[in-house]
Every structure is written in C-alpha cells, then in structure tokens.
Write a protein that binds this ligand. Structure first.
Ligand code: FAD
Ligand code: DLZ
Ligand code: SF4
Length: 508
C-alpha cells in the first residue's frame, strides 16, 4: 500500500527520519507551498522566498535520488492552501492509506496533523542530538534547568571538545574570554551572498506578487538555497569569521550587521546543514590550530548547548508556552518594530537591518529589541509574533523559548534565572549606536534621557515584589534605594511620560 511521506519546509534533510522510514519504491513524498504556512504570521518576504526556493531544489534532489515527489506550488490552481488539505488531496489521488511525518517544530501544526482523518505515524526528529526522553531524563528532578549543566551532558554525549572525561583545555566554558566591546573595524567580510539563479528568480517573482506587502525587503536576495551553498557558507565563515567569533560575539556596529557571526541558523533550522556536522567542522578547525579554543567552545556551546536546550524546553512546556505572561505585560508593540520612525538609534538600526536582511544577531535580538520590549511592558504574545515573522531562522520551537523565556521572562524564570534587562550603558559599551542617537545615554532623567535608563528603573520598581529577593538582583535594588528620593521620583515620572507617549502611538 502507498503511504505519503510529509516533508515540511524546515525538514529539507536527506537523512530525515520520515524519509528513512519510507520506501522509495512504493511511497510518495508530499511537499507543499501553502497559504496557511506562509500566512500564520506575516513572514518576512526573504524568509518565504528562502523556504520556497530551498523546497523546490530539495524536491528536485529527492526526485534525482529516485523518490516520487508530489510537489504543490503556491500558485497551483488546485492548491488547497493547507498542509493537511494537501495531504488529504494527495491521499485521494494516490489511494494512500497513511502518512509518515517527522515531528514538526510548531504545536499548531502537530495539532492540525493529529486531527486529520488519515492514519498518521509521527517520528522523532533525530536531527536534534537530545531526544525529548533524554531531555526529560535530565530535567525531571531538577529545580532549575540551567543550560550550562545540560550543555556538559551534550559535550559528554557527542565527545565534542573532550579529552577523555575532561573538557578540552580544562574548562567547560570560556565565556570569560569572550564578549569584548565593539572593535573599530571588522576584518571578516561577512556571509557569502549567492546570486539568484533562474529557479530562485521565479520564486522571487511569486513572493513579490503574493507577499510584497509584508514587512521586509525581498531584494537583494542572497541566501543559500541548497545544501552545497549552505556548506560553502559554513566553510567560508570557519575560514574567515570563527577566529574572532568568541571575542566579539556580543558586539554591535551600525554598519556591520553580521560582525563575526556565522549566518547559518536559517540553514540548520531548515535542514540544509546538520548541527553535529557543523560542530565537528568547528572542532576540526580548532584541532588544526586554525581557531582558538574560546571561539570554538563558544560556538559549539550555542549549538549543542543553547539550541538543543531551547528545543527541549519548547517540547517539555507544551502548546500553551507562547501564551505565558507571568509579568502581566499588556502594552501594544510600538510601530517602530515595523519600521515606523524612531529617535532610538539602537532600535532603528536593528529594525532596519531586520527589514533588509531578515537577520539580527543574538545580542541585537536580546539586548536591543528584546530588552526594550521587556522594560516597556509589551504584551509577550505580540512580541512573539513579531520575532516569528521577521527572522529567516524563526520557527516556534526555537523562537518561543528565546522570546517568551530568555528575553521576556514571561515563563517566570524557566530559562533565565533573572530578567535580561539593562540600561543604555550596556548598549553603549557594546556598540557604536549611542553616538549618533537623539537621546543621550549619559542622561538619566529629562527629555533627552535614554529610554533604557528610565525604563530600567521603572521595570525594577514595577516588579519589586517579584525580583527583590532574587540574589542576583539585590544589588540593583540597593542602588535604587541609595538614590536621592527626588531623583527617584523624577526617574519614575519621566518613565511614565515616555510610556504614555509610546502608548499614544507618538514618535519615541
Ligand atoms: P551565531 O551567532 O553565529 O551562532 C551560532 C549558532 O548557534 C546559530 O546559528 C544557532 O544555530 C545557534 N544558537 C545561538 N544562540 C542560540 C539560541 N539562543 N537558541 C538557539 N540556537 C542558538 N535563533 C533561531 O535559530 N531562531 C529564532 O527564531 C531565534 N529567535 C531568537 C529570539 C531572541 C529574542 C533571541 C535572544 C535569540 C533568538 N535566536 C533564535 C538565537 C540567536 O539569536 C540566533 O540563533 C542567531 O542570532 C542566529 O545567527 P547566526 O547563525 O549568525 O548565529
Ligand atoms: C515557514 C514556512 C513557510 C513560510 N511556508 C511553508 C510552506 O509553504 N510549506 C511548508 O511545508 N512549510 C512552510 N514553512 C515552514 C513550516 O511553517 C514549518 O515546517 C512548521 O512551522 C513547523 O516548524
Ligand atoms: Fe539606544 Fe539609548 Fe543608546 Fe539611543 S542612547 S542608541 S536609545 S541605548
């Protein structure tokens, strides 16, 4: 009997568990560009184009390898508009009895698939190193799920950067050597930019016609759209960017959006690169003396540590995670997140870069747009939808723990032991944004005061009951308490004025 093998847009791996479980001679691979997936948030046009182009090329690759592929293009007249609709249509067409699928990375889709009137066999996505069971076994008796300890398990499990039972160089974590302030210049030229071929051009025309109104610049389009190109980007970065990656991981420069970052998350998340192969290549570069240990360790930690950890949290916390809002924040997302003019240079730079590239690096996401959203009390659901839409690497399994948990503390501290909040000082130290800003980072009160300076205290005071007993935050409250009473009143009053302006939709 024929079965259908579902391959989603972020499952473009030849070794996908669903493909391994299927039979080339009798089963049919189903791939579909559908309005529902392209529209559940207003995805950045570059993200949609990347996925459609990569899906088309992957389908061809499967066909070349002997698979029968039923591929639906977005503009096919009989396109039902949804993954489940396409499965039902293909099942009727081919008289198929059931569906094999690798577990999707969004609860929304897991729910929809399980309600379909077809026999469904969902298989674990073993592109992740830790299975849900392994994560649960690690998590179950712990009061706090700290990434660092999980990461050590992953090091032992993979053998990456291990010397027998011991971590290479004697330390598990070299972050102490990382996180230097922004350098004057960046020696790495940035990611490889691929010229669109005819197949990509065809997709770009389609996306321009159907999604041209979404936030984000479609062109110039330069993403890799197949595995060979993605591998070329990885090798290019290992040669040129890895050495300095650790040192300047957290630094931001207005005219260098990519700094020393690898720009591979979108390729790993879509399945074009395998996380373990990426780490093994980085380890090999260190072993060959081509990269320092602090850079190799820092990078490998992001992948087998953070990436695996957030996936584990996403699955463990379940479908309601994206609705968490422990701090009861309810302000609307300001229009500056969608490109409306703002006087805050750090935000306007990060948003402009996001609009142009569907990319911002970790610290821009965490300490600029995330930090502001948290301090300004923005509704986490709206923030979540924004991040899910605007970044080319965003899928719920990775975006939600980073946004709801790490950035907004809306999960009550499952991921972060304290909220990632800072005044303008941090941004000033790590970037060149503040120099050209209409606000003054040194001003703590008054009309020119950096909004981060005002909102930082406003946030801490709003949530004093929750955070003052946190051992890592006591110092912040002690500083506040030592401040002159009048000054404290002025800070809170100016913060209120700023928030009222923001709420009224005025330019901030
Ligand atoms: P590099 O800086 O070169 O890092 C190397 C790799 O490590 C990345 O490619 C990625 O695979 C992995 N990585 C690093 N940090 C994380 C992390 N916190 N979680 C998971 N993987 C990580 N990453 C996504 O892939 N998709 C998202 O939707 C996403 N949303 C985020 C939202 C917020 C608020 C924050 C703070 C972080 C988010 N991240 C997300 C994590 C991180 O910002 C991106 O993985 C990274 O910026 C991708 O760029 P890069 O490939 O150049 O990464
Ligand atoms: C993000 C996305 C988009 C924009 N379009 C499609 C699509 O048309 N077809 C498809 O199979 N997948 C798409 N995706 C990725 C899915 O949304 C993703 O597989 C799920 O959200 C699970 O992570
Ligand atoms: Fe951002 Fe404040 Fe610096 Fe302006 S002064 S760039 S608002 S941190």
């Amino acid at each position: 009997m024929t079965r259908l093998v579902l391959v989603l847009g972020d499952q473009l791996s030849e070794g996908l568990s669903a493909l391994r479980a299927a039979d080339k001679d009798r089963d049919i691979v189903v791939m579909a560009e559908v309005a529902e997936e392209a529209g559940y948030v207003p995805h950045h046009p570059k993200k949609i184009a990347f996925l459609f182009a990569a899906m088309r090329k992957f389908a061809q690759r499967l066909q070349d390898a002997g698979w029968r592929v039923a591929y639906t293009r977005l503009d096919d007249t009989d396109n039902s508009g949804a993954i489940c609709g396409e499965l039902l249509r293909r099942a009727a067409e081919h008289d198929a009895t059931g569906v094999i699928a690798t577990q999707p990375g969004e609860w929304r889709l897991i729910g929809a698939l399980s309600e379909m009137p077809l026999k469904l066999h969902i298989i674990r996505d073993d592109r992740f190193i830790a299975s849900a069971d392994a994560f649960e076994a690690w998590a179950k008796d712990k009061k706090q799920l700290r990434m660092e300890y999980f990461y050590r398990e992953m090091r032992r499990k993979t053998g990456l950067l291990m010397e027998g039972e011991q971590p290479a160089g004697g330390k598990w974590n070299y972050d102490h050597d990382n996180r230097k302030p922004a350098p004057d210049d960046v020696k790495f030229e940035g990611p490889l930019m691929f010229e669109p071929d005819n197949a990509v051009e065809e997709v770009l025309d389609l996306v321009a016609a159907r999604f041209g109104g979404n936030f984000g610049a479609l062109r110039p389009f330069w993403f890799a759209t197949d595995r060979d190109q993605a591998l070329a980007q990885l090798d290019h970065w290992i040669k040129g960017g890895l050495t300095e990656f650790g040192d300047y991981q957290d630094a931001m420069l207005a005219d260098r959006p990519f700094m020393y970052h690898s720009l591979i998350s979108l390729y790993i998340n879509a399945g074009l690169l395998d996380p373990l192969e990426v780490c093994q290549k980085v380890e090999a570069a260190w072993q060959a003396g081509k990269a320092p240990l602090n850079a190799a360790e820092g990078f490998i930690r992001q992948i087998i540590g953070w990436r695996e950890y957030v996936r584990g949290i996403w699955y463990r916390e379940g479908p309601d995670y994206t609705r968490r809002n422990i701090l009861n924040h309810s302000n609307d997302l300001p229009s500056m997140y969608w490109g409306a003019p703002t006087d805050m240079r750090c935000i306007s730079q990060t948003v402009a870069q996001t609009r142009d590239q569907a990319y911002a690096h970790h610290i821009q996401r965490l300490m600029v747009t995330g930090n502001f959203a948290l301090l300004a009390g923005i509704d986490p659901w709206q923030v979540h939808e924004w991040y899910l839409a605007v970044y080319a690497d965003a899928y719920e399994w990775v975006e939600a723990p980073n946004v709801i948990g790490m950035s907004l503390f809306a999960d009550g501290g499952i991921i972060a032991s304290k909220p990632y909040v800072s005044s303008g000082n941090y941004i000033d130290r790590m970037s060149d944004y503040c120099g050209g800003c209409a606000y003054k980072v040194k001003d703590k009160t008054g009309p020119k005061a950096c909004p981060f300076n005002l909102l930082y205290w406003h946030f801490l005071i709003r949530h004093r009951d929750r955070f003052s007993s946190n051992p890592r935050m006591g110092q912040m409250y002690a500083t506040w308490d030592r401040m002159d009473v009048e000054r404290r009143k002025t800070v809170l009053r100016d913060a209120d004025t700023f928030l009222a302006k923001m709420q009224a939709g005025d330019r901030i």
